[in-house]
Design a protein around this ligand. Structure first.
Ligand code: HEM
Ligand SMILES: *[C@@H]1O[C@H](CO)[C@@H](O)[C@H](O)[C@H]1NC(C)=O
Ligand SMILES: *[C@@H]1O[C@H](CO)[C@@H](O)[C@H](O)[C@H]1NC(C)=O
Ligand SMILES: *[C@@H]1O[C@H](CO)[C@@H](O)[C@H](O)[C@H]1NC(C)=O
Ligand SMILES: *[C@@H]1O[C@H](CO)[C@@H](O)[C@H](O)[C@H]1NC(C)=O
Ligand SMILES: *[C@@H]1O[C@H](CO)[C@@H](O)[C@H](O)[C@H]1NC(C)=O
Ligand SMILES: *[C@@H]1O[C@H](CO)[C@@H](O)[C@H](O)[C@H]1NC(C)=O
Ligand SMILES: *[C@@H]1O[C@H](CO)[C@@H](O)[C@H](O)[C@H]1NC(C)=O
Ligand SMILES: *[C@@H]1O[C@H](CO)[C@@H](O)[C@H](O)[C@H]1NC(C)=O
Ligand SMILES: *[C@@H]1O[C@H](CO)[C@@H](O)[C@H](O)[C@H]1NC(C)=O
Ligand SMILES: *[C@@H]1O[C@H](CO)[C@@H](O)[C@H](O)[C@H]1NC(C)=O
Ligand SMILES: *[C@@H]1O[C@H](CO)[C@@H](O)[C@H](O)[C@H]1NC(C)=O
Ligand SMILES: *[C@@H]1O[C@H](CO)[C@@H](O)[C@H](O)[C@H]1NC(C)=O
Length: 333
């Protein structure tokens, strides 16, 4: 009897460790991962971003977005940062959601250089993206949180994955939630993380389908506030330059606050996918929007937790991948 129980526990332990090996879990990430090897890494990251902010008020937003676009493709593994060349035949950088859109790569390189100067060969580029997102949100007036660390860097990029996994701004609500579910995030995460559109910019080409002839109706998107519509039509005229920039949150363009949700309630979401969170009839996301609009503390808490959830998507850990010495290149290439 005793023997059978012991065998049973051993078997369970064996199955558990086999599963752990097969599915490396985010349980291996830890907020103290660099506490002996690079204790000052957070302040180094933050100080480089503060420097960049002097000449680029948008950089905190751009860096926050990079972590998102990294994590949704093969997990948070810095695959986004790899330049095309050598074994990297098709980069993620030039995938549809990123090409002429994702920015801040030069600042990531400056962060990496500063970190390498203090602690050579220790901190992954994937962790730098996670740390840079937290520092950016915090510097812009948003919440702070303990970033979980210990990710390693990919040796491959996945352009087709970037094309298909990162949501597009014209996605239907059902498709949007499906792309979040596919990486283990639910509709609460979707609403909280979309609040990152409280800062930064968007080019006309990402929402001008809403302004004049929405879905072939001959009219603008009916969920777009008419006053706001007039402003947007002026900034993004038909046949105008699709690269023209607009503030994602006109009320406080560079500040991380909960105004994004108030905008949705007054039909002033800039992207179609933003407004869908509030204007999809019967959606469970409506009450979450109302809550975040009326309670910034609730938003900040949820955002921090959802960023941790997003940062836990399929990290490479242990002996997987590598610590890149240049975030743009696989080591030895
Ligand atoms: C829910 C689905 C999402 C869609 C469809 C979406 C789409 C977009 C688009 C089209 C832009 C404008 C890019 C440009 O004009 O070049 C943008 C900007 C931005 N996105 Fe998202 N996004 C989504 C979710 C997120 C998430 C989860 C985050 C981060 C947690 C995020 C952070 C940002 C930030 C900060 C910007 C401004 C970037 C800058 O100014 O450089 N977005 N997004
Ligand atoms: C940590 O980094 C910050 C910013 O770079 C710097 O001001 C501080 O002196 C550093 N502290 C240590 C102990 O190295
Ligand atoms: C990315 O944009 C450039 C123009 O800046 C274009 O030449 C190139 O074909 C685009 N790449 C992809 C994969 O679409
Ligand atoms: C990604 O999408 C762009 C635009 O449709 C396309 O040119 C490119 O070939 C796609 N990449 C892959 C690997 O499918
Ligand atoms: C690329 O991404 C797609 C979609 O996320 C995934 O199904 C595929 O397995 C990935 N490919 C590689 C080689 O990692
Ligand atoms: C939703 O996803 C389906 C299947 O991938 C696709 O055919 C459809 O075009 C998508 N719809 C929108 C609005 O993105
Ligand atoms: C989403 O997941 C979180 C746990 O990560 C949970 O607390 C929350 O209730 C879930 N939301 C929905 C709508 O299922
Ligand atoms: C709107 O688009 C549809 C389909 O693309 C087209 O048939 C229609 O003529 C357009 N209407 C106007 C007013 O431009
Ligand atoms: C469109 O605007 C972008 C950025 O403002 C600029 O670089 C580009 O030259 C413009 N293109 C045209 C055709 O005017
Ligand atoms: C449109 O936006 C204005 C603020 O610019 C607001 O006062 C008004 O209530 C909004 N209208 C709708 C229908 O949400
Ligand atoms: C949502 O419901 C309102 C009021 O019943 C209706 O006017 C509107 O067309 C509906 N919107 C959508 C996208 O179905
Ligand atoms: C706001 O949200 C926080 C966190 O969920 C909660 O503790 C607090 O009671 C809420 N405040 C109000 C006024 O509802
Ligand atoms: C490129 O791929 C080849 C074949 O898989 C491999 O032998 C080589 O080590 C790779 N190069 C680098 C720099 O990773």
């Amino acid at each position: 009897m005793l023997c059978a129980t012991t065998t049973g526990s051993l078997l369970l332990a064996a199955i558990f460790s086999a599963l752990t090996l097969l599915y490396p879990s985010n349980a291996q990430l830890s907020s103290t991962f660099y506490s002996s090897t690079c204790p000052n890494v957070s302040s180094i990251v933050s100080s480089v971003i503060q420097q960049a902010l002097q000449s680029d008020s948008r950089i905190t937003a751009s860096l926050t977005r990079l972590h998102f676009h990294d994590c949704f493709v093969n997990g948070c593994d810095a695959s986004l940062l790899l330049d095309q060349g050598g074994n990297i035949t098709l980069s993620e950088k030039s995938a549809t959601p990123n090409n002429n859109s994702a920015r801040g790569f030069d600042v990531v390189d400056n962060i990496k250089t500063a970190v390498e100067n203090s602690c050579p060969g220790v901190v992954s580029c994937a962790d730098i993206l996670a740390l840079a997102a937290e520092a950016s949100v915090s510097l812009a007036g948003g919440p702070s949180w303990n970033v979980l660390l210990g990710r390693r860097d990919a040796v491959i990029a996945n352009q087709s994955g970037a094309n298909s996994s990162i949501p597009s701004p014209t996605e239907s609500f059902a498709n949007l939630t499906a792309k979040f579910f596919a990486v283990g995030l639910n509709t609460s995460d979707l609403v909280a993380l979309s609040g990152a559109h409280t800062f930064g910019r968007a080019q006309c080409r990402f929402f001008n389908q809403r302004l004049f002839n929405f879905s072939g109706t001959g009219s603008p998107d009916p969920t777009l506030n008419s006053t706001y519509l007039a402003t947007l039509q002026q900034n993004c005229p038909q046949n105008g330059n699709g690269s023209t920039l607009n503030n994602l949150d006109p009320s406080s363009p560079n500040t991380f606050d909960n105004n994004y949700y108030a905008n949705l309630i007054t039909n002033q979401g800039l992207l179609q996918t933003d407004q869908e969170l509030f204007s999809t009839n019967g959606s469970s996301t409506i009450s979450i929007v109302n809550n975040f609009a009326s309670n910034q503390t609730a938003f900040f808490q949820a955002f921090a937790q959802s960023m941790i959830n997003m940062g836990n998507i399929k990290p490479l850990t242990g002996s997987q991948g590598e610590i890149r010495s240049d975030c743009k290149k696989v080591n030895g290439s």
